[in-house]
Design a protein around this ligand. Structure first.
Ligand code: FES
Length: 105
């Protein structure tokens, strides 16, 4: 794992989900105001791209079957609609420094 620049902080939405590429592969960067989180890109239910999801009441919601996750820990908080299960997402350390967003991935 290596700290690497993945984005300029000013280029990110205030509250949103961004699909980014690191040297280890694609990740999901989550910005909630001043807070930044990073997780694996694909949902643990049926591998949907989580950048097509949403943030609702502090939770990451998959856009496909609406499983919910804790952005900070990756913990699965709610099961998908229609059955099945979602397990925890892999998370990555992330920080902002001098206007740049760095991820340990
Ligand atoms: S693919 Fe995410 S909830 Fe089904």
């Amino acid at each position: 794992m290596t700290w690497q620049k993945v984005a300029d902080l000013s280029g990110l939405p205030e509250n949103g989900l961004v699909r980014l590429t690191t040297s280890s592969g694609e990740i999901l960067l989550i910005r909630m105001g001043e807070k930044l989180f990073a997780t694996q890109l694909n949902c643990t239910h049926e591998s949907d791209d989580l950048s097509g999801g949403a943030l609702e009441e502090g939770k990451l919601v998959c856009g496909f079957h609406y499983a919910t996750f804790d952005p900070a820990t990756g913990e699965a908080l709610g099961h998908p609609d229609g059955g099945g299960t979602a397990t925890a997402l892999r998370t990555y350390a992330v920080r902002a420094e001098n206007g740049e967003v760095l991820v340990d991935a």
